[in-house]
Design a protein around this ligand. Structure first.
Ligand code: SF4
Length: 442
């Protein structure tokens, strides 16, 4: 029995990788007696798990860190920690701006958090550690089941970092170079998860399809597909240049691999892609989409795109629109370009006026809204296998879950079926989801 020592609150920003890191932090601290709280004023430890991929995310993290000052003034024993990409990017500098911070831990050092909170070194606050390691120990930290949300779905780190140096991207600087986790540890973790009721595994890394942890990524997928109890496998993020034919064939051969891929394209213009250092053309990208559709007809796609990269012309933007129209993504994360420190694009003139970036983004997002609705309308009348994730936020008598294509489906049901796989007939298309009802036999 571990004695309860106090409360911890973690604010999480950014991607699924950060969601997983937050589950790990809660788990490590829980084992030491620190219990999660949703009430910030009650917390003894407040952690901001940050993202700095875009300027807006970075500014949000800094501004929220600024707001924590009042809590520290009210309770001087409060421990305030900043983790994640902003911690890695800023290091010691952030202490100069926010001197009440106690701990700044970079992206390779998350595993040290409980010992730092416990240790004598707390007397020598602040503690800053942004070292990059050759083996990232935090990838081997396994979250407790109680922190999996929902409990039948688990994120698994398979690699971290990136070697691609896209000219706009800060990730190689804040997450370091690619380091893959040993495949045996990944398989052990998934086998244990499946024995504990996890049905859906979501493999995470900045560039998962360049995984090299003793076997290839397609081989890793095949071995996970053989694990009893696992029903669905997803992964993110993939780079188009690393989409081998062997990996594409996995979508046709592996019955548990979901009919969905998140494949960022960033721009539909070859000249912009070249300036971004993406190492593929729009033609290559569209060929990949066709190949994926040819191995699995009802494949769904999501992607990331940016408008207003330096020197992006109206013609370039129209090429992006053309690609969006051709692929008809189910989800598209679209952004205005913002310069990031240390990147190659920082030396390019940011010459698309902000008002023009906004115009292009609005046109793109409006088109994408129409495409999603039309994709959803085409699904009305179909029956899908849905894993039920939880009670609907809008209707306590309804539940929601996801199809293998990653569409969210809401339908009448109770908490008893959370975690079950049921058949749902789609009755209605909404702008971002589907509404259905349990089909006969479920
Ligand atoms: S592939 Fe490019 S965009 Fe993705 S993390 Fe690496 S550098 Fe960033």
């Amino acid at each position: 029995m571990i004695t309860m020592r106090g409360f911890v609150k973690i604010f999480t920003y950014g991607c699924q990788m950060n969601d997983l890191d937050t589950q790990k932090m809660y788990s490590m601290l829980f084992k030491k007696g620190w219990h999660p709280t949703t009430d910030t004023s009650r917390a003894d430890i407040i952690i901001l798990n940050t993202c700095s991929v875009r300027q807006k995310a970075y500014e949000k993290a800094i501004s929220n860190l600024g707001r924590l000052k009042k809590y520290k003034e009210r309770k001087p024993s409060l421990i305030v920690a900043v983790m994640g990409c902003v911690a890695q990017q800023e290091g010691e500098n952030i202490i100069k701006r926010l001197p009440y911070l106690d701990i700044v831990l970079g992206t390779h050092q998350l595993h040290k958090l409980p010992d730092i909170i416990d240790g004598e070194s707390r007397c020598k606050r602040p503690i800053v550690d942004t070292t990059f390691d050759h083996h990232i120990l935090s990838m081997d930290v396994i979250p407790l089941k109680r922190f999996l949300t929902p409990p039948h779905k688990a994120y698994i780190n398979i690699m971290q970092g990136c070697n691609n140096f896209c000219s706009y991207c800060i990730v190689p600087y804040v997450r370091g170079r690619e380091i893959s986790r040993d495949y045996k540890q990944i398989l052990d973790e998934i086998e244990n998860l499946s024995k504990n009721g996890v049905k859906e595994v979501f493999l995470l890394g900045q560039n998962v399809n360049s995984y090299r942890g003793g076997i290839t990524f397609p081989e890793l997928l095949k071995r996970i597909n053989d694990i009893d109890g696992v029903e669905r496998i997803r992964f993110t993020t993939s780079h188009p240049k690393d989409m081998s034919d062997e990996l594409i064939e996995c979508f046709g051969k592996l019955d548990k691999l979901c009919n969905h891929i998140h494949l960022p394209f960033q721009s539909g213009s070859n000249s912009v892609l070249k300036a971004m250092n993406r190492n593929y053309t729009r033609q290559n990208y569209l060929r990949l989409i066709e190949k994926l559709k040819s191995v699995k007809a009802d494949m769904a796609f999501s992607s990331d795109v940016m408008v207003g990269f330096p020197n992006e012309t109206e013609q370039d933007f129209l090429q992006t629109m053309d690609l969006v129209n051709a692929v008809r993504f189910d989800n598209l994360y679209s952004f205005k370009y913002s310069p990031r420190p240390g990147t190659k694009a920082l030396s390019m003139v940011d010459n698309v006026p902000i008002i023009e970036k906004q115009r292009r983004l609005s046109i793109l997002q409006e088109k994408q809204r129409q495409i999603i609705l039309s994709n959803n309308l085409a699904r009305v009348g179909n029956v899908y296998d849905v894993i039920v994730d939880g009670i609907s936020k809008r209707d306590p008598k309804a539940v929601y879950g996801r199809t293998t294509q990653n569409s969210i489906v809401n339908f009448k049901g109770s908490s008893e079926i959370i975690g079950s796989t049921v058949k749902v007939k789609i009755e209605k298309a909404n702008p971002n989801s589907l509404t259905g009802e349990l089909a006969d036999g479920s």
